[in-house]
Design a protein around this ligand. Structure first.
Ligand code: MG
Length: 370
């Protein structure tokens, strides 16, 4: 078989997977106790396969597992038979057919890139250029909860080596301030990423920021203080904040990133492959860097499959200052083997091809295309 034929996509399978969280994940925009995700296996004519993951967060993107499974066959068929050598073209085709279903697009893109890298026998970060391959530290999320319990959880993480707490806020300003202050008093060496998940008005955000400043809390950045469409509000918070302001829900496409840059609305872009796929995430990173914005990388409630792909972008493209790649640590089980590894707060890169992962268990039933 000639090479370009061998690299043609022969079959794509999808199956649902339930990933319970150790504790309910509560943020301003919703909550989750089990991640209802979908795994993908894409097999080339050569027999090489690659894995991907869809991680819909219904309260954020409006997608859920049922909708993603329903949208999967049509999206998969649009790339079936094509060569993964043309990965950028395939990514654009997936964007066309699943613009409203970013998890579907992300899962398929991850799988086709994993298969390509396995066929080439390079780790996925090498595909992006290997700009910054080293052990990196992630923050750890403290979801919204009772102050005492949150401090208790912070203590556990601190003892495991975590020094950056990502505190979820945005439900009630005073309670949010008290909770952060309590964690700060308990761990004065720690620093803070604060994420409001669109929960504040502009004036609430400014009041919140002023309180944290007066308390002397070391805030590395404040993420998405106001509603995603309120770019003017975001810009106003940004102009009046001593802390860097990051866009998350406001940046769900390259076009969103262009608008935020033009309107000087933020200092930092939080890039997530589940919002706009892998290739477009890379394009956003390049654009943001060229305007001297800082880069953050994060994810939804997902396993190491999706998160490994995100880590490959941080390692391969370089320039990511803030890593928010902690989600698999909040899950009660790890469904995959191999790939990158956690050692406390450290993520250790892998050297095996693709994502370097294998499924820990075979699916009971799959939806197959091809
Ligand atoms: Mg966020």
């Amino acid at each position: 078989m000639i090479k370009s034929e061998a690299l043609g996509i022969a079959t794509i399978e999808a199956w649902p997977v339930q990933l319970p969280l150790n504790a309910p994940f509560v943020v301003a925009s919703g909550s989750m106790s089990v991640a209802h995700n979908i795994f993908i296996r894409l097999t080339l004519k050569s027999g090489t396969c690659g894995y991907g993951e869809m991680a819909p967060f219904p309260d954020v993107s409006g997608e859920d597992q049922v909708a993603c499974l329903a949208a999967f066959p049509a999206a998969a068929r649009c790339i079936l038979g094509q060569s993964v050598w043309n990965w950028r073209k395939l990514a654009h085709q997936l964007a066309e057919v699943s613009r409203e279903m970013p998890s579907v697009r992300c899962g398929l893109e991850t799988a086709l890139l994993d298969a390509l890298c396995r066929e080439m026998d390079v780790p996925m970060w090498a595909l992006w250029g290997g700009a910054d391959v080293r052990i990196r530290e992630t923050d750890i999320t403290l979801p919204i909860g009772e102050t005492e319990q949150v401090v208790c959880k912070a203590k556990e993480w601190f003892s495991q080596g975590f020094r950056v707490f990502k505190v979820k806020v945005g439900q009630e300003v005073d309670a949010d301030i008290r909770r952060i202050e309590a964690v700060y008093r308990a761990f004065p060496e720690a620093s803070f990423v604060v994420d409001a998940n669109q929960g504040f008005t502009v004036s609430e955000a400014l009041q919140f920021i002023e309180s944290l400043r007066r308390l002397g809390i070391p805030v590395l950045l404040l993420e998405q203080p106001v509603h995603r469409d309120n770019r003017e509000g975001l810009a106003s918070v940004h102009r009046n904040s001593p802390f860097p302001i990051a866009a998350d829900e406001s940046v769900r496409s390259l076009q969103d990133a262009e608008l935020l840059i033009r309107e000087k609305a933020v200092d930092v872009m939080n890039i997530k492959i589940t919002k706009c796929g892998v290739v477009e995430s890379g394009e956003i990173a390049r654009l943001a860097k060229s305007y001297a914005l800082k880069l953050m990388i994060g994810g939804m409630v997902e396993s190491r499959v999706a998160m490994g792909c995100s880590f490959s972008l941080a390692l391969g493209l370089g320039g990511f200052e803030f890593l928010d790649l902690d989600m698999p640590l909040l899950l009660s089980r790890d469904p995959v083997q191999g790939g990158y590894a956690y050692q406390g707060s450290a993520l250790r890169p892998w050297e095996e091809s693709g994502l370097g992962m294998e499924m820990g268990e075979e699916p009971l039933s799959v939806i197959a295309v091809g």
